[in-house]
Design a protein around this ligand. Structure first.
Ligand code: MG
Length: 245
């Protein structure tokens, strides 16, 4: 993407964990990013593996945000004034099939708990990665998911699984078409495996420097890859925005 195009950037999309957070925390630099984009009048749409209830939290507490894509693309949450609407990207049948599968899963893996935020999830469920340190167990779970035709992906913190076609890109593409905004006029920041659908199909994607830890596992890489400690997570996002917007 040339810098001239970036001057007309219509929407900035960004992953949340590891991209807008640093060491699992939401620091002052996150607010610097919000303030910077607000001053440029460029909306930020967070595209995260976090739950629907997290989407509510973000929209309720950060007035600059009006749309958030959660559950890895499973639901688009929007706010108009004080009214929040939710648009699931999969059918009610898929949502029910997932709920049924969870019961099977709990029978097969009685010692594995779903992530605490799974109660706030609708189109997917999650397991904390730190509960899956045992590689053999991880593979058993992956096999079980495959046998049951359940899709899955890992974020920085979770193994997420769901029914139906869900990806960050499908939801972003749907969102852009609805707004009649061209994808090439937008930018995406990410750092993890669950950002891969975006890296694959989105023209202007940026990997913050901590993406280096998973680079060899990425089949599709971002078009721009930031390097150096100064470009870790939100610092990389802010540096890139300041240089290019
Ligand atoms: Mg991430």
């Amino acid at each position: 993407m040339s810098h001239t195009q970036l001057n007309n950037c219509k929407i900035v999309f960004s992953d949340f964990d590891g991209t807008l957070t640093y060491k699992e925390g939401l620091g002052p630099v996150f607010f610097d990013i919000l303030n910077f984009l607000e001053s440029k009048k460029v909306p930020l749409v967070i595209v995260t593996g976090r739950s629907l209830s997290w989407g509510h939290f973000l929209l309720t507490h950060f007035p600059f945000l009006t749309d958030v894509i959660v559950e890895g693309g499973g639901t688009i949450v929007s706010r108009k004034g004080k009214f929040i609407t939710e648009e699931p990207m999969v059918s009610e049948a898929e949502i029910k099939r997932l709920a049924g599968f969870v019961l099977e899963f709990e029978k097969a893996f009685p010692n594995i708990r779903l992530s605490v935020d799974s109660f706030g999830r609708r189109t997917d469920r999650a397991i904390e990665l730190h509960d899956l340190q045992d590689g053999v167990l991880f593979h058993h779970i992956e096999d079980f998911l495959r046998q049951h035709n359940i899709n899955f992906s890992t974020s920085n913190v979770h193994l997420n699984f769901w029914c139906g076609e869900i990806s960050k890109y499908i939801a972003v593409d749907y969102f852009l078409k609805k707004q009649s905004v061209n994808e090439t006029d937008c930018l995406f920041f990410g750092d993890s495996l669950n950002d891969q659908a975006m890296f694959k199909s989105f023209h202007n994607s940026v990997g913050v420097s901590n993406i280096a830890t998973i680079m060899d596992r990425l089949i599709h890489k971002p078009t721009t890859i930031l390097t150096g400690d100064e470009n870790v997570g939100p610092f990389g996002v802010l540096n890139y925005l300041k240089k290019n917007l």
